[in-house]
Design a protein around this ligand. Structure first.
Ligand code: CA
Length: 293
């Protein structure tokens, strides 16, 4: 017999990340079995995930090495739109909420999603994401108070589509049906990009009362509900036999924030587990289409 240890990283708070590794069999031991995946791949810097949210704390020691950077702007001239995409000095992404080039997080929410997707693994500190290595693009359209406009959401999605990201994480929702938002997601679909979205936190059946953007009937959309560490649907989570596709860990999730680590709950926390798994699959099999994912 040859026994092999599942690959586990040395990050300080790994044992608190029940969504990735849950050894507590008494409470069901529900998790995404991340170490089994990490035996195959721990991620790749060739994979880019756009976090469309409140921004990302790109200075966090667990995030700073896994940020996407716009090489033309990084190596370009200050005050000049070096890559000609209409945005000046967009190095880590863009802040559409404040119309400036600094997508620093002023809430926690976007950084938290980013950490679940790709907090650097095996660096001896903090947490680890589903991907130890990945590139996170920071697209801020939600203000520090958490709200954002349709117009800014469209700009953020189109920015990511234009840059050819692999996956978009969308831990936001609200408002009614919007044909223009649907068309922006369809442009992402045409570009082959997976659009992962939180199902929403209203204990609502999305089959009968849609929650957007998760409920748009576009084939690249994955709608994500939240479960707890026993595998029970979270008491706040939306659901829907036809319109919600998968559930993921979303209760008491530890991840990165604006000032260190934070525990948060929501379908917002479940969605990045799914976006992270998609990125991990792409690290192992770069040719996968969003349909495959
Ligand atoms: Ca630019």
């Amino acid at each position: 017999y040859i026994y092999e240890a599942s690959l586990t990283p040395n990050d300080t708070y790994l044992s608190d990340l029940w969504g990735l590794v849950n050894e507590n069999k008494n409470s069901g031991g529900v998790d995404i079995d991340a170490p089994a995946a990490w035996d195959i791949t721990t991620g790749s810097r060739d994979v880019v995930v756009a976090v469309i949210d409140t921004g990302v704390n790109y200075r966090d020691p667990d995030l700073r090495n896994n940020m996407w950077t716009n090489q033309a702007e990084l190596n370009g001239q200050a005050g000049v739109d070096d890559d000609g995409n209409g945005y000046v000095d967009d190095i880590y992404g863009y802040d559409f909420a404040n119309s400036d080039s600094d997508p620093m997080d002023d809430n926690d929410h976007g950084s938290h999603c980013a950490g679940t997707i790709g907090a650097q693994g095996n660096n001896g500190i903090g947490v680890v994401g589903v991907n130890w290595n990945v590139r996170i693009m920071a697209l801020k359209f939600l203000k520090g108070t958490g709200g954002g406009t349709l117009e800014d959401a469209l700009k953020a999605i189109d920015y990511a589509t234009d840059k050819g990201v692999d996956v978009m994480n969308n831990s936001w929702g609200g408002g009614g049906y919007s044909e223009t938002l649907k068309e922006a997601i369809e442009r992402a679909e045409q570009a082959g990009i997976l659009f992962v979205a939180a199902a929403g936190n209203n204990r609502n059946n999305n089959d009968s009362r849609p929650s957007y953007p998760a409920s748009y009937q576009i084939p690249n959309v994955i709608s994500v509900a939240a479960v707890d560490s026993r595998g029970r649907i979270a008491n706040f989570s939306n659901y829907g036999k036809r319109s919600v596709h998968v559930a993921a860990p979303g209760v008491d999730i530890l991840s990165t924030g604006v000032n260190g680590l934070k525990k948060l709950s929501g379908t917002s926390m479940a969605s990045p587990h799914v976006a992270g798994v998609a990125a991990l699959l792409l690290a192992d099999s770069p040719g996968l289409s969003y349909q495959d994912l």
